[in-house]
Structures are given as C-alpha cells and as structure tokens.
Design a protein around this ligand. Structure first.
Ligand code: KIV
Length: 271
C-alpha cells in the first residue's frame, strides 16, 4: 500500500516514510476554515498557515507586519477545518530572534493546534532548532529565499546561484538537520541545488520554486487559485484555470500532479 493511502493523520513520520519510499507529497497554505477543509479533503499532506497571510489576507506589501497573534488566530480557524493534514505554523518576523523568545512563541502556536513550526534562516538558527525539537516542538527550517529578510536581500530573487552560496546553503542545511530540524523548506533556488540538498539530507525537503526534485512541493492558496492581483512568479501555476473554476478539482489536480511529478515542470523552475 502506498504511504499516501494510509487513513491516519499526517505526521512528521509520514513525511519521512514518503521520502524513504520516494513518493512525492503536496503542501498548501490555508488561512481559514473552509479552505483548510477543502485542502485536507483533497489529500494535501501539509497545510501551512504562512506569514504570506500578511499579503494575501491583510494586503500588506510584505510579511513583516504579521504578528504571532495573527498566526495564532488563523491556526485556530484552520484547525477547525482540518481533517488529517499536518498543520505547519509560520513563526513571524522577529518572533524567534533569541532561543527563549522562539520557545515562548512556538509554544503559543503549538497550543493553538500547530503540529510543527517554520523558521526562516540558516545556521544561526541551530540553537533554537535544537531547543525547540528537544522540548517536543518539531521544526521546519526555511532556507533559500527567506521573505522576512527581503530588506537585507534587496528583493525577492533566486538564491544560491553562485557555487559558493550554493555550497554554504548545503552546509547550513546539514547543520540544521543535525540540530534537530524535522523538515526543510527551500524557496527559489536553482533546480540542481534543490536536487543536491534533497539528496544530501535524510529529512524531507519541500520546495517552492526549487525544481521538481525535492520530496514535496508547496504553493500559496491564492497563487494556485489565480487570486493574487500581481504578476505571478515563475513557479506559480493556476490550477483553477485548468479545472474550469472547480476549487475541489483544482486541489485534487495539484495533489495528483505533485505525486506523479508533472508539477512543477521546467517552465516553473530556475536553471
Ligand atoms: O508564508 C508562506 O506562505 C510561505 C511559503 C511561501 C512557503 O512561507
């Protein structure tokens, strides 16, 4: 039986088994009851309550204004609609600047119903990652393009293009794995770097704009449904257009195309 067909709720063990079996899995953001219900019913393994809500829900021009209370509120909404997916909570900007602060804020999100928290950054997060995972809070490390650092990066651009930066990313990903991270999320990196990091790590790697070779894929709900009014990024696919406006069918199509490897295609990936 495929790991996908298990009737049990998805946990970090499920993702590890999927990686070991070479089966791809899908992840999607959701911020409210109905979208969480539809997403989990469609078989999406991981629902991310992402700080992208700062843009797609609140209308800000970045994720920086999002607070821990905002994420906690949306976790409560999503939790009521979820039927078996793993709920990942984003730790918002400046909610994990020190180990103590990260533990305090991660505990709030876990108490609201998250199953894992996501922190943006590299090796500097090793101590916090270790502390949280030792205290029973699974961690997803978010590397590559880290939107909370948009001002430091100077824009939303592909990361790890030059060989030194790519090597640093591999090394730092290994450091976070050793520190106790259960999952890694890679955003906007060339496809070959996505593949290299996925092969180097024993933990599951989720990609967005990281090519087709990562263990899982993630998208933002509003991108997948063609709702974002701005110009879509290269890695975005509007699944609703392919299903004549049927939301449940669009979600199922996304799940199928991630599983069979047809999404993302070369047109959604960076060389
Ligand atoms: O906040 C978010 O939606 C994210 C995704 C872009 C992965 O972090």
């Amino acid at each position: 039986m495929s790991v996908h067909n298990s009737p049990q709720a998805v946990t970090i063990k499920t993702l590890a088994k999927l990686k070991a079996a070479g089966e791809k899995f899908s992840c999607l953001t959701a911020y409210d009851y109905c979208s969480a219900y539809a997403t989990s019913k469609a078989g999406v393994e991981v629902i991310l309550v992402g700080d992208s809500l700062g843009m797609v829900i609140q209308g800000h021009d970045s994720s920086l204004p999002v607070t821990i209370q905002d994420i906690a509120y949306h976790i409560r909404c999503v939790r009521r609609g979820n039927v078996g997916s793993m709920i990942m909570a984003d730790m918002p900007f400046m909610s994990y600047y020190s180990e103590d602060v990260s533990l305090k804020n991660a505990a709030v999100l876990m108490s609201e119903g998250a199953h894992i928290v996501k922190l943006e950054g590299g090796a500097w997060l090793a101590e916090s990652t270790h502390l949280l995972s030792e205290r029973g809070i699974p961690v997803c490390a978010h590397m590559g393009l880290t939107p909370q650092s948009v001002n430091h990066l100077g824009g939303y651009s592909v990361q790890g293009r030059d060989p030194d930066a790519a090597q640093t990313m591999v090394t730092e990903a290994l450091t976070l794995q050793e520190a106790g991270a259960s999952v890694l999320l890679l955003e906007c990196v060339p496809e070959d770097l996505g593949q290299r990091i996925t092969k180097a790590l024993r933990i599951p790697v989720i990609g967005i704009g990281a090519g087709a070779k990562t263990d899982g894929q993630i998208m933002v709900w509003h991108d997948m449904m063609g709702l974002w009014p701005g110009r879509p990024a290269k890695f975005v696919k509007n699944f609703l257009r392919d299903t004549d406006g049927d939301i449940q069918a669009a979600l199922k199509l996304y799940v199928e195309q991630v599983r069979d490897g047809s999404f993302p295609g070369p047109e959604h990936s960076y060389e």
